[in-house]
Design a protein around this ligand. Structure first.
Ligand SMILES: NC(=O)C1=CN([C@@H]2O[C@H](COP(=O)(O)OP(=O)(O)OC[C@H]3O[C@@H](n4cnc5c(N)ncnc54)[C@H](O)[C@@H]3O)[C@@H](O)[C@H]2O)C=CC1
Ligand SMILES: CC(=O)C(=O)O
Length: 370
């Protein structure tokens, strides 16, 4: 198969979809890999390393997309990439379609097979291609939040760990999955007082076992959320209903009751955000204020640490890239239920129920189409 690896174009997106190590394994398996000039440069993976691994370096994005049978990316295509879509192309990347009507239209109209990292499942039902970036973003959310709590960044001037004689800051984490657990680990490590809210009581039990009495676990309902958010210096949003638009569980009215200078980091913003006052921001312009509360809602947080993130992401995605290349997309979708779960668009048909529900469209299971 011919595999294309374009340079990312989303704002400050510095990760890359395949590393030189991945190129070597693909070439050894008999495939051809086209890498756009400088695609890995910002992840500290220069063209000469790709070339040494067997890649062909291609000067333009247009040629990478045109010549490739499968394009492996990191982030959802932005509008200026839609012109590259064509019938039969396999696109393997994060798609986050639920809040993105236009991208959904473009993929359907051009009959691209769109396989979304964030909905691929493993045998346990987990989301193996979302996990590594949620680990990164969860850990980052606390360090970013701590920085915005500093006075010069608009925050209320609270040091999360406190000092002897002064209590620590209050961190409220909503969603106790991968983002939430990693955020809790870092916030507790910094000495903050941490409250974590989840709907899933079994998850709260597990977290209670992992962190012991250091973590305050709270069941998710609007009463508990309102109180925890009101008392927080830093709120981290990490809820997910896979593939779906995130539920807005922190309302505008709750944000209005928060302390002035408190900070919200809505990590779930890539699925539309779980905080009503959140809207997507970029690394170029990452924050804004609502009622004196600083909001940070960057949809590609891991791009801030691209070397770590590219390695972590491709550790997880690469076995799937290899399988899709070896079998071809249709056979891989038929053989592997987890890959089939990743298919959001197929031959002009929307194939993911939660996206269809978010966008009020019809859909069909890919198993009936392939
Ligand atoms: N902005 C960015 O750069 C990044 C964003 N993300 C996003 O972060 C979000 C969270 O991802 P993960 O932690 O991997 O998901 P996860 O599936 O591991 O965890 C989600 C948690 O939310 C909980 N939840 C669902 N509804 C809830 C409710 N009403 N109240 C409280 N808890 C609720 C679930 O029980 C689950 O424990 C996703 O939207 C993901 O795409 C992940 C990485 C990077
Ligand atoms: C998961 C996601 O949105 C990201 O890594 O950018």
């Amino acid at each position: 198969m011919i595999i294309g690896v374009p340079k990312e174009v989303k704002d400050h997106e510095s990760r890359v979809g395949v590393t030189p190590a991945g190129v070597k394994a693909l070439v050894e398996a008999g495939h051809k890999v086209l890498v756009e000039h400088n695609a890995g440069a910002l992840s500290a993976m220069p063209d000469d390393e790709y070339q040494a691994a067997g890649a062909e370096i291609v000067g333009s994005a247009h040629d990478v997309w045109r010549l490739a049978e499968m394009v492996v990316k990191v982030k959802e295509p932005v509008e200026k990439e839609y012109k590259h879509f064509r019938e039969g192309l396999v696109l393997f990347t994060y798609l986050h379609l639920a809040p993105l009507n236009d991208l959904t239209d473009a993929l359907l109209t051009s009959k691209v097979t769109g396989i979304a990292y964030e909905t691929v499942r493993d045998r346990t039902g987990a989301l193996p291609l979302l996990t590594p970036m949620s680990e990164v973003a969860g850990r980052m959310s606390v360090q970013v939040g701590a920085a915005y709590l500093e006075k010069e960044h608009g925050g209320r001037g609270v040091l999360l760990g406190g000092v002897p004689g002064v209590p620590p800051g209050n961190v409220c984490i909503i969603g106790g999955g991968i983002v939430g657990t990693n955020a809790a680990k870092i916030a507790l490590g910094m000495g903050a007082k941490v409250t974590l809210i989840d709907l899933n009581l079994n998850r709260l039990r597990e977290l209670d076992d992992i962190f012991g009495g250091r973590l305050h676990t709270v069941a998710s309902n609007s009463y508990n959320i309102e109180h925890a958010v009101r008392d927080a210096d830093l709120v981290i949003g990490g809820v997910l209903i896979p593939g779906a638009a995130a539920p807005k569980i922190v309302t505008k009215a709750m944000v209005a009751k928060m302390k002035k200078g408190a900070v919200i980091v809505d990590v779930a913003i890539d699925q539309g955000g779980c905080i009503e006052t959140a809207h997507p921001t970029t690394h170029s312009n990452p924050s804004y204020e609502v009622n004196g509360v600083v909001h940070y809602c960057v949809t590609n947080m891991p791009a801030a640490v691209p070397n770590t993130s590219t390695l972590a992401l491709t550790n997880a995605t690469f076995p799937y890239v290899l399988k899709l290349a070896r079998l071809g997309a249709n056979a891989a979708i038929s053989e592997d239920k987890g890959i089939a779960e990743g298919v959001n668009t197929f031959n002009g048909v929307l194939t993911y129920g939660a996206v269809a529900q978010a966008q009020k469209r019809d859909w069909q299971a890919v198993a009936k189409l392939v």
